[in-house]
Design a protein around this ligand. Structure first.
Ligand SMILES: NC(=O)c1ccc[n+]([C@@H]2O[C@H](COP(=O)([O-])OP(=O)(O)OC[C@H]3O[C@@H](n4cnc5c(N)ncnc54)[C@H](O)[C@@H]3O)[C@@H](O)[C@H]2O)c1
Length: 362
C-alpha cells in the first residue's frame, strides 16, 4: 500500500457519484482503508438491477440519495469532510450529445454547486475532480498514428461531455484556489472491470460490451478491423490512483492522466474475449468518419507524484470480467441483445458522429 494512503484511516470522505461504477470501487477501497465514507448519488445512472450489481441499495450505510445540484443538501454534506471526490456526472458522451440540457444541469450546474460548497467548507483538505481523457479530443497526431497523450498538450473538446469536463477543471482551479482549498485533477482514460454495465445507446465500455455480446453468442462488431488504440485501466487500479491523488503530498494542484500507459487495440480485446469463448465470431464494420485511431496515456506524472503503478494487465482484467459475468449473468441488461443492431447504424453517415465520439474514453 502507498504509505500516504494511511491519511485516509478515520478520515471523512464524501464521494459524489459514489454508487456508480468507479464511485463504488472508490467507496469499497476507501472503507477498506478505514475511511468514513458518505456517498451522494441520485441513482440516475442505471436501473435498480445494475445498482444492485454494483453493490448499492438505497438503504446502504452512508448512502444519501440526492442531487449534487441541491444547494442546501450539498452544503450540509460537504461540511465536516476531510476529503471530497467529485465523480458524479452525466457520464456518457452519447447521452450528453443527445441531451445537452441534462449534461449541462449535472456536469456544469451540479459541479458548480459541489465546488462552491467545497470552497466554503473549512474542513476539506483536498478535493479530487474526476475529469476525462476526452479533454484531449482527437489529439495532435495524424489520423492513423498511435499517440501518447501528455497533460501539457493542447486540449480540444469534441462534444458537450468533454467541454463540461474541461470547464470543470478550470472551475475547480478558480473556485478552490481563491478559497485556499487544495485539489487534484484526474483525467481517466478507458476504465473497465468487473461490475461495469453498458448504458443504452452509448458506444463506449467495449470490454463489458464484447464480453456480454460474446456470452450471448453474438458477433463482436469490429469497425476498421478493430485497429483503433485505447488505454484500458482496470477500475481497481483507477480507484487506487484516485484515492492516492487525495493523499499524495505532491499531488497538490496537479493535473494527472490516469491510464495503464499501454496501447491496446480494440481487436486485441476481441481476441482476448475469444480466447475464453472460442465460438465467438467477429463482424466487420466500417470505420465511422473521423473515428480517432487513438493512443495511450503518458502516465509518468502520476507514477512519479503518487508512487502509483497500474498492476492489472488487460489480459488479467478481461479474464476477471468474464469470471464475474459468468457468476452474475443477470447483470446483462435486458435491452443489450437488441443494441447489437446498432452496428447497422454505423454504416449510416448521419448517425456516425455520436458513435465516433463515444468510442473514446469517457
Ligand atoms: N468509466 C470511464 O471509463 C470514465 C473515463 C473517464 C472519466 N470518467 C468519469 O468518472 C466519473 C465516474 O464515471 P463512472 O464510469 O463511474 O460513471 P457512472 O455513470 O457509473 O457513475 C456516475 C454516477 O453519478 C451519478 N450522478 C449523475 N448525475 C448526478 C447528480 N446530478 N447528482 C448526484 N449523482 C449523480 C449517477 O447516478 C451515477 O451513479 C464520471 O465523472 C465520469 O465522467 C469515467
Amino acid at each position: 500500500m502507498l504509505h500516504h494512503l494511511t491519511a485516509l484511516a478515520d478520515a471523512r470522505v464524501l464521494i459524489t457519484g459514489g454508487a456508480g461504477f468507479i464511485g463504488s470501487a472508490l467507496t469499497r477501497q476507501a472503507r477498506a482503508l478505514g475511511a468514513h465514507v458518505t456517498v451522494l448519488d441520485d441513482l440516475s445512472g442505471y436501473d435498480t438491477d445494475t445498482y444492485t450489481a454494483l453493490g448499492h441499495t438505497r438503504a446502504a450505510p452512508g448512502m444519501i440519495v440526492g442531487d449534487i445540484s441541491d444547494r442546501p443538501l450539498i452544503e450540509r454534506l460537504t461540511r465536516g469532510n476531510d476529503f471530497v471526490i467529485h465523480a458524479a456526472a452525466y457520464s456518457t458522451v452519447a447521452g450528453c450529445v443527445r441531451d445537452p440540457d441534462a449534461a449541462f444541469a449535472a456536469n456544469i450546474g451540479g459541479t458548480h454547486e459541489l465546488l462552491r460548497a467545497a470552497a466554503g467548507a473549512s474542513s476539506v483538505q483536498r478535493l479530487a475532480f474526476i475529469s476525462s481523457a476526452q479533454v484531449y479530443g482527437h489529439g495532435v497526431a495524424g489520423p492513423d498514428e498511435v499517440q501518447i497523450f501528455t497533460e501539457e498538450q493542447p486540449l480540444s473538446t469534441l462534444n458537450p461531455y468533454a467541454s463540461a469536463k474541461l470547464w470543470g477543471e478550470t472551475h475547480t482551479r478558480h473556485l478552490l484556489e481563491a478559497a485556499g482549498v487544495d485539489y487534484a485533477i484526474v483525467r481517466p482514460f478507458s476504465v473497465y472491470g468487473e461490475r461495469q454495465v453498458p448504458k443504452p445507446g452509448a458506444w463506449s465500455w467495449v470490454v463489458a460490451q464484447f464480453c456480454m455480446y460474446a456470452s450471448l453468442g453474438q458477433e463482436l462488431p469490429l469497425n476498421n478491423s478493430g485497429r483503433q488504440i485505447r488505454d484500458f485501466v482496470h477500475v481497481d487500479d483507477a480507484a487506487h490512483a484516485i484515492l492516492a491523488s487525495l493523499t499524495a503530498p505532491q499531488a497538490s494542484g496537479v493535473t494527472f492522466n490516469l491510464g495503464s500507459g499501454q496501447p491496446t487495440s480494440v481487436r486485441h480485446i476481441a481476441e482476448l474475449v475469444r480466447d475464453h469463448l472460442p465460438a465467438t465470431r467477429f463482424q466487420a464494420a466500417p470505420r465511422p468518419a473521423g473515428d480517432p485511431f487513438g493512443g495511450r496515456a503518458d502516465i509518468a506524472r502520476m507514477v512519479s507524484v503518487l508512487g502509483w503503478q497500474p498492476s492489472i494487465t488487460v489480459e488479467a482484467g478481461v479474464a476477471r470480467y468474464l469470471t464475474w459475468l459468468h457468476a452474475n449473468p443477470e447483470a446483462i441488461p435486458s435491452w443489450l441483445p437488441d443494441e447489437h443492431n446498432r452496428v447497422a447504424a454505423w454504416e449510416h453517415p448521419a448517425s456516425a458522429e455520436p458513435a465516433l465520439t463515444d468510442s473514446r474514453p469517457t
